[in-house]
Design a protein around this ligand. Structure first.
Ligand code: AMP
Length: 402
């Protein structure tokens, strides 16, 4: 296994750029795919979000782009606007940090097409990142000259190459030259995806992931459904019911962290707000107090989701669900350290139940639905009943995700 970017023949300016981003050691998907990608091989890579897959294809793309030419040379297809924008952010960051003047533009639907056409014409970006419908539209309108494209990446291939959507992707690829490189990255490589992808490729290198996210089997996963406005009260009742010895409550927004802490401390005084603004020293002190039991509950952003190894955390509560799928794994992994058992409880709206389903699929875990009744956390079947009675779901706040 190559364990440095130098071993992978990555240019020194890119290595320096990565260093500025705190990236020094390639992740497994990067270690396996950068060399064959630099050799212009087609690739099918199994990689989940958070595995470093974006840089696994961006680093070789940065090598191959001839920045002296003002023409489109790379195209990245993504299933959602959000992902396209995240990828473009990573391109801009790497270009800035490495000093390699690669330019990019996101091409997503719902943005005025005429403005997009003008920007494409004026800027002539090296890489476009976007959703398939709009890209195909612009190719058909002859506003994207696909024949200069050297590399195509299909991100989240299991989604984009799903038989229901694959035709658009195939239509886009057909407009590019035969000798272009095609890389497909996918969280799981189903036979179907493999078949569709290999049809489009020349002898692809298939990279299987050996570090699939796994979850500690000693964690019990639960969810409690409520209206968005009732989330805090539901959390409070759950805490009264389960009486955690030591717990972390995850909240996404700094202000909500403060508010939740203040409200919980109204009832008892053993919560601490661990928000992103807190100084390193205060953070250290708080973790020590938490370790020794002086603080019983940390109300925290994702800053404590990784690496915090405190024994005796009996419960993790997700007052907000994490913004990224894999973050659930890191957050809930704070409980059940060593041989201990622990419980992870999501407080969700009915609209968010699809995210619980995603956790179940991605991490092969089973969640049980609970409700608080008479001060006890007991089994509930509300969500499954509600599915059969759609009218019920209308009483739930479904405007936002959290
Ligand atoms: P991705 O799987 O592409 O969504 O990447 C997830 C996050 O991992 C991004 O924020 C990257 O900046 C970061 N990342 C990518 N490669 C590495 C690496 N080799 N070491 C540390 N972090 C990385």
């Amino acid at each position: 296994m190559n364990n440095s970017f130098t071993d992978l023949n990555v240019n020194s300016n890119i290595i320096e750029g990565l260093l500025k981003q705190g990236i020094t050691v390639p992740t497994p998907i990067q270690a396996s795919s950068i060399l064959p990608a630099l050799e212009n091989k087609d690739i099918i890579g199994e990689a989940f979000t958070g595995s470093g897959k974006t840089l696994a294809y961006l680093i070789p793309m940065f090598h191959k782009i001839d920045t002296s030419k003002r023409e489109m040379q790379g195209m990245i297809l993504a299933p959602t606007h959000e992902l396209a924008i995240q990828i473009e952010d990573q391109i801009k960051l790497l270009a800035e940090n490495s000093g390699v003047p690669v330019t990019s533009m996101s091409i997503i639907g719902e943005v005025n097409i005429n403005n997009q056409i003008k920007k494409l014409k004026d800027n002539k970006p090296h890489i476009i990142v976007g959703t398939t419908g709009r890209i195909l539209d612009l190719i058909k309108k002859k506003k994207i000259a696909a024949h200069t494209i050297k590399t195509i990446v299909i991100d989240e291939g299991d989604n984009l190459l799903d038989p229901k959507r694959a035709d658009t992707v195939k239509d886009i690829i057909k407009t590019t030259m035969k000798d272009r490189q095609l890389m497909v990255f996918s969280a799981s490589i189903k036979l179907e995806t493999l078949a569709t992808a290999t049809d489009l490729m020349k002898e692809p290198v298939v990279i299987k992931s050996e570090d699939k996210p796994t979850i500690n089997p000693n964690i019990e996963h639960m969810f409690v459904v409520c209206d968005r406005r009732d989330k805090f009260e539901t959390l409070r009742k759950i805490i009264v019911a389960v009486k955690p010895e030591k717990a972390i409550i995850f909240v996404n927004d700094n202000e909500d962290i403060e508010l939740t802490t203040v409200k919980l401390n109204y009832h008892s005084k053993d919560c601490f707000a661990m928000n992103g603004k807190i100084s390193k020293e205060d953070r250290k002190l708080a973790i020590e107090s938490f370790r020794h039991g002086k603080i019983k509950i940390l109300v925290s952003s994702d800053i404590t989701a990784r690496g915090l190894d405190v024994e005796g955390i009996t419960h993790v509560f997700h007052l907000d669900l994490p913004l990224k799928l894999n973050e659930y794994l890191h957050r809930s992994g704070r409980t059940a350290r060593g041989d201990a058992h622990g419980t992870s409880i999501c407080i969700t709206t009915i609209k968010q139940l699809n995210i619980i389903k995603q956790y179940e699929r991605a991490f092969t875990v089973k969640f049980t639905e609970k409700k608080v009744f008479g001060g006890i956390l007991e089994d509930s079947h509300y969500a499954s009943d509600a599915k059969q009675d759609k009218a019920k779901s209308k009483s739930y706040d479904s405007k936002t995700n959290n």
